[in-house]
Write a protein that binds this ligand. Structure first.
Ligand code: ADP
Ligand code: MG
Length: 438
């Protein structure tokens, strides 16, 4: 038995930490409210003292003056303002968590509410990432056998966390090939991997960055909508591997929902070849397809959208998506197939790799934002009305207390509504309808 990781790095342990971190963060609205609250509280105390001393100086009687000042202090206190923001956001976080999407912070939830366009990664995000090796084409004069090529490729990929890597290793195992132990493994995100196998330096890479780009086998594979990777030994191309991926079953409806939510079709940002990306885009109704992007080019695509005023949500799974996620306004990682780095970088993690749930979370986040605004208005109206009533007319103390506590409970309960199952379901009215039809 070999232990490869510290127990604190298990998925469950990481989720626990993420949840802890989420509850320790504060929403931006909350921070603003708290900043205002500090000054506001001082002002309320000062105003209370003034309400007490000035009437007394002008000969008012002690009992009614004291009562009015006390009532003022109670009704002007910002309790309802403080409970206006966090309950809705935390309820939305809890609700999303119950449905398999862990939003890591209240700020993340607020960011999700603001996005105007969705950028989707291809391999592992729109597709299952469980690729199938369908062919091995030997190249060059050495003419080594397909199985030999696959053996070398699998040895080099053994350390890879990329879906292509696992597909190649699985294919080699399925064919009963024994996979040598490689040394000096290195992954180049968005390009491929290389490692020393025996005394050869084996590279398994994208044709975009390899010398074999012009090979006919590659363009045939790409025309079929597949992904071609080139196996190179000591600079010499040995062969081309053909891999095919499947679209996630919920991807078409998820794309439709993103389109409905943002009034614009999502954008595809992928490191894979243009032909395969275009085929996939056509099947999903995505026209803005940006292919053959290296990780920093994915991030640049995001920045470019932001420059024209868009607020971008990046959904991805790989190490290669992490820079784009970091640059984006909000990001979601695929939890079960995603690489560690993408899970750490993203604002939210879809634990079950469920694309459809992401649009629900966006809708829920927007709803939470509306509730926060409504709550702030309710709280401010109550405070203003009760303060004016106390200053201008006569507000009995019990009524003041009832109004104050009542409004505090009202905003808190209003926020907790987002915990309900119907808040989640109402977030996706269209899908619900199609499910009813089925
Ligand atoms: P995507 O953006 O679709 O998730 P990546 O950016 O991860 O794709 O990869 C882009 C391309 O780089 C792949 O299509 C493949 O050609 C190559 N590549 C990346 N990682 C590997 C790997 N481990 N083995 C072989 N090729 C790889
Ligand atoms: Mg990917």
């Amino acid at each position: 038995m070999r232990i490869t990781r510290d127990p604190s790095e298990t998925v469950v342990a990481r989720i626990v930490t993420l949840v802890d971190e989420a509850s320790a963060t504060k929403a931006e609205t909350q921070m603003l409210v708290e900043k205002i609250k500090r000054r506001y509280s001082v002002a309320v105390v000062a105003a209370t003292l003034a309400l007490l001393t000035f009437p007394l100086l002008f000969g008012a009687d002690l009992q009614s003056t004291l009562l009015r000042a006390m009532t003022f202090m109670i009704v002007a206190s910002p309790c309802a303002m403080i409970l206006a923001t966090m309950p809705p956001l935390l309820s939305a976080i809890a609700n999303a968590g119950r449905h398999g999407v862990l939003v890591k912070s209240a700020v993340g939830m607020e960011n999700l509410a603001e996005i105007t366009v969705v950028a989707l990664d291809k391999t592992g995000t729109l597709t299952t990432g469980r690729l199938e090796l369908t062919g091995v084409v030997p190249l060059g004069i050495s003419r080594i056998s397909p199985d030999e090529i696959l053996k070398l490729a699998a040895a080099a990929e053994a350390g890879s966390e990329h879906p292509l890597g696992s597909a190649i290793v699985t294919a080699a195992r399925d064919r009963g090939l024994d996979i040598a132990v490689a040394e000096d493994f290195r992954a180049l995100p968005g390009r491929g991997v290389h490692a020393k196998v025996g005394d050869q330096l084996i590279a398994v890479t994208s044709p975009n960055t390899a010398p074999g780009k012009q090979v006919a086998a590659v363009s045939d594979i790409e025309a079929r909508g597949g992904t071609a990777v080139i196996v190179i030994a000591d600079q010499e191309p040995l062969g081309v591997l053909e891999l095919h991926d499947r679209i996630r079953p919920e991807a078409p409806s998820a794309v439709q929902e993103f389109t409905a939510l943002t009034d614009a079709a999502p954008i595809l940002i992928t490191g894979d070849n243009r032909a395969a990306a275009t085929v996939l885009g056509e099947r999903l109704g995505i026209t803005d397809v940006r292919a053959e992007l290296l990780p920093d080019q994915k991030a640049a695509a995001v920045t470019q959208l932001q420059a024209i005023g868009q607020r971008v949500l990046v959904v991805g799974d790989g190490v290669n998506d992490a820079p784009a996620m970091a640059a984006a306004n909000a990001s979601v990682a695929m939890g079960s197939s995603g690489a560690d780095l993408s899970l750490e970088t993203a604002d939210a993690v879809s634990v079950r790799d469920d694309l459809a749930a992401i649009s629900n979370v966006i809708a829920l986040a927007r709803r939470a934002r509306r509730v926060v605004i409504a709550n702030l208005i309710i709280a401010a109206s109550f405070i203003t009305a009760l303060v004016v009533w106390d200053l201008v007319g006569y507000l009995p103390l019990p009524l003041g207390v009832a109004g104050h506590e009542g409004s505090t409970i009202l905003v808190a309960v209003n926020g907790l509504r987002l915990l309900s199952e119907s808040a989640w379901r109402r977030a996706a009215p269209r899908r619900q309808r199609s499910q009813l039809k089925r």
